[in-house]
Design a protein around this ligand. Structure first.
Ligand code: ZN
Length: 143
């Protein structure tokens, strides 16, 4: 079967983040979710509480859960059924952080406007670092 260059395979997704957005009205439930996620999905990596907002591209307080593609079919529907009023941004990690947050994302609950300037700044720092690393590797290879 010939694969059209217009389409990309899901296999290019290395992992996912779920960002659980909370405020004072639902932080307690966010805590219950956190404990239950740790119990049911022990391979998921739960990040620290990030009360300060905005932080990076995220406009409200949140914590992040990083998980592998094999967990998606079980974990994302579970979040959908149990989130109550917690809005959740789910995005794949393909290596292009800007596109992953802006275009490739899913929302459970209400969508939010992200801090797009922060995303662009983060992305340009990552691209600059990658270019520097590639240049350093090229120098090393030449030696
Ligand atoms: Zn993320």
């Amino acid at each position: 079967m010939k694969i059209s260059p217009d389409f990309r395979p899901a296999s290019m997704i290395r992992g996912y983040h779920a960002h659980l957005y909370y405020d004072g009205s639902n932080k307690q439930w966010a805590g219950h979710l956190r404990r239950e996620i740790a119990r049911l999905f022990p391979t998921a990596e739960i990040g620290r509480w990030r009360d300060k907002a905005p932080q990076g591209p995220h406009p409200v307080s949140h914590y992040q859960v990083a998980f592998t593609p094999d967990l998606f079919a079980e974990f994302v529907p579970w979040l959908s059924l149990n989130r109550k009023t917690i809005d959740i941004l789910v995005h794949p990690n393909t290596g292009d952080g800007y596109e992953d947050h802006v275009q490739n994302r899913l929302w459970l609950g209400n969508s939010r406007d992200l801090m797009y300037d922060a995303l662009r700044a983060i992305e340009s720092r990552i691209k600059k670092r990658r270019a520097e690393e590639a240049a350093a590797a090229a120098v090393q290879a030449a030696e």
